[in-house]
Design a protein around this ligand. Sequence first.
Ligand SMILES: *Cc1c(COP(=O)(O)O)cnc(C)c1O
Length: 382
Amino acid sequence: MDTIKNTISFIKDTFNSNEFIPLHEPRFIGNEKKYLMNTIDTTFVSSVGAYVDSFEEMMQKITQTNKAVAVVNGTAGIQVALRLVGVKANDEVITQALTFVATANAIAYNNASPIFLDVDADTMGLSPTAVSNFLEEFGELRDDGCYNKKTGKRIAACLPMHTFGFPVRLDELIKVCEKWNIPIVEDAAESLGSEYKGKPTGSFGDIGVFSFNGNKIVTCGGGGAIVSNKEVLGEKAKYLTTTAKKPHPYEYYHDELGYNFRMPNLNAALACAQLESLDAFLANKRNLAKEYTNFFQKQNIQFRTEMTNTKANYWLMCVELENKAERDIFLKETNAVKVMTRPIWQLMFRLPMYQEFQRDHQKNALFLEERIVNIPSSVRTS
Ligand SMILES: *Cc1c(COP(=O)(O)O)cnc(C)c1O
C-alpha cells in the first residue's frame, strides 16, 4: 500500500502537478507555430509542399535509410509496407499478439491472416525463438517462399513491433527470417529514436514504419513514415501512397490500384518542427527514466529499462507488478487521484475479429498482459 502512495507522490512531484497527469502529452516548444503559419501564408496546406520534402529528408537522416515516405498515419504505412514486400490476399503474416490493434489491422486490410507468436519476456517484442520454433514445426520452404504446413497458406511477411520503444532482438530475428525466406516489416510506430547495436530501429527490416499520432514521442496531429534501405521499395512506397500516378505534366494515368495516403503539408510542417526537438525529447525522457529507476528500486517495484546493446527511446515507461491483483490495485489507486496509468494491451486473440487465427502458447505475452502498467512519461518542461 505504502509503495503506491509513495509512487503517487513521486509522480506528482516529478511532474510538479496536482492536476490530471496524462500518460503522454505532446510538447510544442520550437518552430511549430512558425512552420504552420507558413503553410497558410503560402497556401501550401495540402498534399504537396516543401515541408513534406523536408520531413522525408529528416526522416531519412534520422533513420539512416535510403528513402523515407510521408504518409497519412502509421497504420496506413504498415498496410502499404506489407503489400510492398509481397503480402497478398490469403497470405499469412507472423506477428505478436501483445501489440496495439493497428499492427493486426494492417495485416487484415491486406486480406491476409495474422499468426500470433510469443514475445520475449524482457524486450516485450516478437521472440526470435518463438518464430524459429514455429517455423521448424510448421514451415515448409518452396520456390516461391515459405508455406504453413497446417493451413497450406504462404507466410509472406514477419511484422515485429518494438513495444514502448524497446527494440526486439533484431539480429536473431533477421537470421530466422532469412533462413525461411520471409521479409521483415518493422512496426517501429513506438520506437522513433530507439537503437539496436548502434543503428536506428526501422532500418533493419525490408521496410520500417513510424507513427506521428498525438500520443507518440513526437507528433504532427496524425501522420506516419515508411522508410527503407531498398531503393526500389522506397520509390514504390511513394508511388503507391500517391495514387500510383504515372508522372506527366497534365495527363491522369494510374497503372495500378494506389492509395491517397499522403501526409498533408500542414501536418508535415508540424512534423518538421517536432523532429527538430527529437534529440532534446530523447534526453529529457532518458533523465526521467533514470529518476524512475532510482525511485522504483527503493520501492521494490520493477521499472523496465533498456536491454544491453540497445537504446530505448523511453516513449511510454512501464513497471511490472507482482501479479494481476497487485496490478489492479495499482491501476485503481493511481487513476483515482488523477495520476494516469494504464495496463498493457489485451492480447489480440481476445478481440472478436482475431480469435480464430493460429497462435502458439503465448507464455510470456500472458505473463506480461497481467502485470505491465504504463506510467506518466511525458517530456517534462519545468
Ligand atoms: C501508434 C501505433 C500504430 C499506428 O499508428 P497511427 O499513426 O495511429 O495509425 C501502429 N502500431 C503501433 C504498435 C502503434 O503503437
